[in-house]
Design a protein around this ligand. Structure first.
Ligand code: PA5
Length: 427
């Protein structure tokens, strides 16, 4: 009934892990002594502003009552966390025009610069009442800024300047940045991003919580899960702390030449959780010429595309499988009198049963093929366990980055493309 890390097939022994204990204790001290400016997320699930949290719930209710669609404008850490939770918890086809279980459609924009994407979204929004949430910590990121300029005009045209203000929510720094000034100047509703929490560690702050609440998802439960993570993953005794064990194993495997980690899932609804995870680890660890390349596979889908490479390609990778013990829904395969498709051997079995056998078979094949496999067992996909799992990953990532000798909280490399782009745009 909890998140469990199984590393029996990880090609790493307990002795190897324990040998890292002194380094881990140092890392633990660095994290908790708070010397680093960006560790506000560590205890945030316990320390968050309760008043703002209630305001978020009220605003979310308001949006749900006056809007049919909600537009989340943000990029990187400013949208992946909420998207991960919304997609993992909501009905698989919630944004399909036909199924509207959540009563509100959520769209994520400002995470690319494609005019086609925005234009076609506007086609979908035709005739619908909408609200928007612009999320940017720096308040200067180009992708969301362009999307906001376009949507601000769209809203003012649709609702008039005064009435549009009620439908625009800004999540940004308390005072820094252009977005903060705009919010002030225009009198928009606003939520604050704590300045000691970086984008990819911000899912439990208003950055993630507001869109998640608008989607009708229980944010109290999400925070409860995160709180349980804060407690459970706080020990500096490595044997007691699976988030440190995971961080340590990644480090050991990396030193053995395993430079690629694949986060594997057998549930399509976890697709954006995998995207969030890639951003968290990629942006935190990939620097100074180092870092594991985080990638993801959706199985069994990708067994028919990338499976061949994993099985027989270069032995420079390991897998971390997110294994959901109980799926949300299941379907039993029935007996067919004629059995023309020869599937009666599965009669009476559920799809999840078959899915789990596919997982076990794949695991054995990949392990036999020389790919270390770690398994993260998760009882089910709900708010509580997602909160706990995401906190688990944040903690592992910080520890893993420090063990690698990099600063897991900065992203200097991201500036390079911006510089070139702005030069080309003659800013
Ligand atoms: O994790 C990070 O810090 C980044 O991915 C940022 O979230 C991303 O670059 C967006 O930044 P901002 O919120 O300032 O617009």
């Amino acid at each position: 009934k909890d998140i469990i890390l199984d590393y029996a097939n990880g090609f790493v022994s307990d002795e190897e892990i324990l040998r890292l204990e002194p380094q881990l204790k140092t890392v633990h001290r660095i994290l908790y002594e708070g010397k680093d400016q960006n560790v506000g997320w560590l205890n945030y699930p316990n320390e968050y502003d309760r008043k703002e949290f209630e305001m978020i719930k009220e605003s979310a209710e308001k949006v749900r009552s006056n809007s049919e669609a909600f537009i989340v404008i943000g990029i990187g850490g400013s949208y992946l966390g909420s998207r991960a939770v919304v997609e993992s918890i909501s009905h698989s086809f919630y944004d399909n025009m036909v199924v509207k279980k959540n009563n509100i459609e959520i769209y994520f924009v400002g995470n690319n610069i494609s005019g086609t994407y925005l234009k076609e979204l506007m086609d979908v929004l035709e005739g619908k009442d909408i609200s928007i949430n612009v999320i940017s910590k720096s308040g200067t990121t180009l992708e969301p800024a362009i999307a906001f300029r376009i949507f601000k005009e769209y809203m003012e045209r649709k609702y008039g300047r005064k009435n549009s203000k009620e439908r625009i929510y800004i999540t940004t720094d308390k005072e820094k940045g252009v977005l903060s000034q705009i919010a002030e100047e225009e009198g928009y509703n606003r939520f604050t991003i704590p300045n000691d929490i970086g984008g990819r560690y911000s899912v439990f702050t208003p950055v993630g919580i507001f869109p998640i609440a608008v989607a009708g998802i229980d944010i109290d439960k999400l925070m409860e899960g995160a709180q349980s993570g804060v407690m459970e993953y706080s020990s500096d005794i490595i044997k007691e702390n699976i988030s440190y064990i995971y961080g340590a194993i990644r480090n050991i495997l990396y030193r053995k030449g395993k430079e690629i980690e694949i986060l594997v899932s057998y549930e399509p609804r976890l697709f954006y959780l995998q995207e969030w995870w890639k951003q968290l680890f990629g942006e935190s660890e990939g620097k100074d010429g180092r870092g594991i390349y985080p990638s993801s596979l959706s199985l069994t889908t990708d067994l028919h595309s990338m499976g061949q490479l994993v099985q027989d390609g270069r032995r420079n990778m390991f897998e971390t499988v997110l294994n959901v013990i109980s799926p949300r829904e299941d379907i039993v395969i029935r007996k067919d009198e004629k059995d023309l498709d020869n599937l009666n051997f599965l009669a009476g079995k559920s799809m999840d049963f078959v899915n789990k056998k596919a997982f076990e078979g794949t695991l054995k094949a990949h392990v036999d093929g020389g790919v270390p496999n770690l398994i993260i067992n998760m009882p089910k996909i709900d708010e509580y366990f997602l909160g706990k799992l995401m906190y688990f990953f944040q903690k592992s990532c910080a520890v893993s980055g420090y063990l690698l000798g990099v600063n897991p909280f900065d992203q200097p490399g991201v500036e390079k493309y911006k510089k070139n782009m702005f030069e080309l745009l003659r800013k």
